[in-house]
Design a protein around this ligand. Structure first.
Ligand code: BGC
Length: 802
């Protein structure tokens, strides 16, 4: 009797065990196939590659964790939604803030991380999401050139500063620079470049103007979009910064910009708007400052209202480093990522999520955007970076782009240099050329070609008397010629004293040299604004150097050229009559000396145009009434700690700045008051001459179609930039006399060659911001379409009726 019972029990338990096994296997299968497959891949081990539900998984690090790298069927959006559903709140909050400054400070384990990369998006190992690396921007990558226990170097290409690139007015070329910069990022394992900078040059003293493009939003927008498109063509993200109205460095962490909505929309936001429309960047960086009382990184109106709802921006917004004060408010406003990320922020976000101050839907919105960015990166697609970018090829691009953005301001039968062998170089920066500005916009390049080297490279002889005078001066000031490195470079910008030649030395030089080149150098950067004395204005020593050299050389029948190796506008009117030629070389990156030599020798015909006005006096700028003019020194602690100042203690132009000039920035102001300028917006000479003709304008559907012909009527091959300004006669509202609405640059035209160009301007671009209606409005009636080669050289015009 017992036996059958026993058999029955065994049978029953076997069936039970079998059923349980089947259930478990089935559950795992269902889970892995349909429900929890993303979680499952992270826990699955010993599988190198497999496909589940259309996803291809890959064990990137042979550590058993599978990453998604390919999916033929599902969109990034859907994949981000899946991932989001698998994340814990803790993981989500981690993703909202970076992992701190460890990489930036080079504190990475040998073989891991990227020393010098200034920020990260944290990894989520459980889900196979890698660390995403962020690096400055805008003149090239900024990573540490050397690493501990590693013989390899990681130098990056120093491209020309942003201001030089916009002076090319050549969107195709700027895109090529962006493509090259993005390629370098890809090869160094960087996922997002923190640039370009799209702030408007409101006042010449902003210490970071060199990173920005123009006083005009249209030029800013088109050049910025070209840069973003170039960078992102590599599968690398760009972060357009600093959104918005970050136009001074003094008190940058707290400064409150008090501005009309019209000026904000038409001038300061407009460049960003064009960039979003034309390039839909992966990311935008909010600025440090406040706008009308609210930190931009905490402003839902700006980050969600304007950026996303009005313009359709799809990417993520990240904060500037340590920017903003209230992390939950930042996330709710639409500032998805807090950089570089701190423990305090982590705690604040966790607390706010727990007590409901920060809603789960706001968290999810930002996390989903970040996940989408991660999924789009090349890192996620297993791109194997080799730490071996083609720096030589990139140097060629920087040389070419730098010469195209140099602006010839004056040329009296001097350039290109002819019948010249021996060149006298004056000014320390002739020998010690400045490649770019300081701060996060600086690059760790392996070399900078000086003007001396550049001229030697194209076959000139450098005058020994002047060169020895420089060597003696350098020996006598050894300390001052030591370049500060790392963070020190930011707080004590390199500024060696100028050399001085006696009248006797200049006379001797004039005997042995065929020509003199005087270089005037200026440097500025993040954290501080410029000043008038010895900066905007030439120092007494510089004035004397130009005056005496011009006098002695010209008396001897020899020419004098001034080369401006500067990052921002300086005063030129008081001394520009003295030399025979002036070349605004800007700061041309690591090949700067070669690029200048290419122009001076005539190998390249200059075609750069000013992206801003050079005024006669500083006071001529309307914004001068409301700008910090005393260059308050920047302190390292300002970088991170900044306390709110009580209302009654707030200091004008520091704690707050009144943008009383409204839309009248740059040429919009100078044209309004009809004032003389030293060099107008859009100005730049060439070694040849061009003639503009056959302007035809037609209004078709929603556009104004403009056609014209450009002919090279000189005797050298060259390029010309045609600028289209629009004005509204008898306007019933307060409007600028004219505004740049389009531009085009020709290819190289041979003497006698003609180019037919066509540009289309959307009619909506003629609108102004109507404060009463809080919206864009179009005035009907007559408009004048003007074409020319600078804002003050309009040769053709046509009327249209809207
Ligand atoms: C600058 C940003 C930069 C960031 C990271 C900040 O101080 O304002 O432009 O991208 O640092 O270096």
């Amino acid at each position: 009797m017992k036996k059958p019972v026993k058999i029955t029990l065994i049978t029953l338990s076997s069936i039970l065990v079998l059923a349980i096994i089947v259930a478990i296997v089935g559950w795992i299968w269902i889970n892995s196939a349909f429900l929890n497959f993303e979680k499952d891949y992270a826990e699955n081990i010993n599988i190198n590659e497999m496909t589940i539900d259309g996803y291809k998984f890959f064990d990137r690090n042979s550590n058993g964790k599978l990453d998604i790298y390919e999916d033929e069927r599902r969109t990034t959006e859907e994949r981000a939604v899946d991932l989001l559903s698998l994340m814990t709140l803790e993981e989500k909050i981690h993703l909202l803030k970076g992992s701190g400054l460890a990489s930036a400070l080079g504190r990475v384990e040998p073989g891991e991380g990227i020393a010098g990369a200034v920020g990260t998006i944290v990894p989520t190992p459980r889900l196979g999401l890698p660390t995403i690396y962020l690096s400055d921007g805008p003149a090239g990558l900024r990573i540490a050139p050397t690493r501990e226990d590693d013989d390899q170097t990681y130098y990056c290409t120093a491209f020309p500063i942003g201001t030089l690139l916009s002076s090319t007015w050549n969107v195709g070329l700027v895109e090529e620079v962006g493509t090259t910069m993005g390629k370098e990022a890809l090869e160094y394992g960087i996922d997002v470049i923190l640039g370009p900078g799209a702030n408007i040059m409101r006042h010449p003293f902003c210490g970071r103007n060199f990173e920005y493009y123009s006083e005009d939003p249209l030029l800013t927008g088109h050049i910025g979009a070209a840069m973003v498109n170039g960078i992102e063509s590599n599968g690398i993200g760009a972060s357009v910064k600093h959104f918005v109205a970050n136009n001074q460095e003094t008190k940058r962490l707290n400064n409150d910009v008090i501005i009309s909505e019209r000026a904000l929309r038409e001038i300061y936001l407009k460049g960003f708007e064009i960039i979003v429309q034309k390039s839909q960047p992966w990311t935008i960086m909010s600025s440090y400052n406040k706008v009308n009382g609210t930190y931009t990184s905490e402003s839902r109106d700006l980050l969600t209202g304007v950026l996303r709802d009005d313009w359709g921006f799809k990417g993520i917004v990240m904060s500037d480093w340590f920017g903003g004060k209230n992390p939950p408010a930042q996330i709710s406003a639409g500032n998805d990522l807090l950089e570089p990320g701190t423990k305090l922020q982590w705690k604040a976000l966790t607390k706010a999520a727990e007590n409901g101050e920060l809603s789960i839907s706001d968290i999810n919105t930002s996390v989903k955007r970040i996940l989408k960015l991660i999924l789009e990166t090349k890192k996620m697609q297993q791109y194997e970076f080799g730490n071996n970018p083609d720096l030589e090829a990139h140097a060629k691009i920087t040389r070419k782009s730098a010469s195209e953005g140099m602006v010839l301001l004056k040329n009296e039968n001097t350039l290109p240099i002819q019948n010249t062998k021996n060149v006298a170089l004056l000014g320390v920066t002739s020998y010690d050329f400045i490649a770019g500005g300081t701060g996060s916009g600086d690059v760790n390049e392996s070399y900078t070609v000086s003007l001396e080297e550049g001229l030697k490279n194209v076959g000139y002889e450098i005058n020994e008397i002047a060169r020895k005078a420089f060597e003696a001066h350098k020996d006598a000031n050894k300390e001052a010629f030591i370049k500060p490195e790392g963070m020190n470079a930011m707080f004590e910008p390199y500024d060696p004293p100028e050399m001085q030649l006696s009248m006797e030395q200049i006379s001797q030089t004039a005997v042995s040299a065929d020509i003199a080149i005087i270089t005037i150098g200026r440097n500025s950067g993040e954290g501080g604004d410029r000043v008038e004395k010895d900066d905007f204005l030439l120092s007494q020593q510089e004035q004397d150097m130009i005056a005496s050299t011009s006098q002695v050389f010209q008396e001897a029948g020899k020419k004098v050229i001034v080369v401006l190796n500067i990052g921002g506008v300086i005063e030129t009117n008081s001394w520009k009559e003295q030399p025979d030629a002036i070349l605004l070389a800007w700061q041309g990156g690591q090949e700067g000396g070669n690029s200048v030599a290419d122009i001076l020798s005539g190998k390249i015909n200059p075609s750069g145009k000013l992206p801003m006005t050079f005024p006669i006096n500083l006071n001529d700028h309307d914004s001068n009434a409301n700008f910090p003019l005393d260059g308050e020194p920047f302190s390292p602690s300002d970088m991170i700690f900044s306390s709110e100042v009580p209302e009654e203690e707030k200091v004008r132009n520091k704690d707050y700045t009144l943008y009383e000039e409204g839309i009248y920035v740059g040429y919009r102001h100078f044209d309004k008051v009809n004032s003389e300028v030293s060099y107008p917006f859009g100005f730049g000479l060439s070694y040849t001459e061009f003639e503009l003709s056959n302007l035809a304008v037609a209004v078709e559907n929603d556009s104004i179609n403009v056609h014209f012909t450009v002919k090279n009527i000189g005797d050298q091959m060259g390029k010309e930039v045609i600028q289209i300004y629009v004005s509204k006669p008898n306007s019933t509202i307060d409007r600028p006399v004219q505004e740049l609405k389009a531009f085009a640059k020709t290819q190289n035209l041979e003497p006698g060659e003609v180019a037919d160009l066509a540009i289309s301007i959307p009619i909506s671009d003629l609108r102004y911001w109507d404060e009463d209606k809080s919206g864009w409005a179009l005035e009907k009636g007559r408009y004048i379409i003007q074409s020319g080669t600078s804002s003050r050289d309009i040769s053709l015009l046509k009327e249209i009726e809207i």
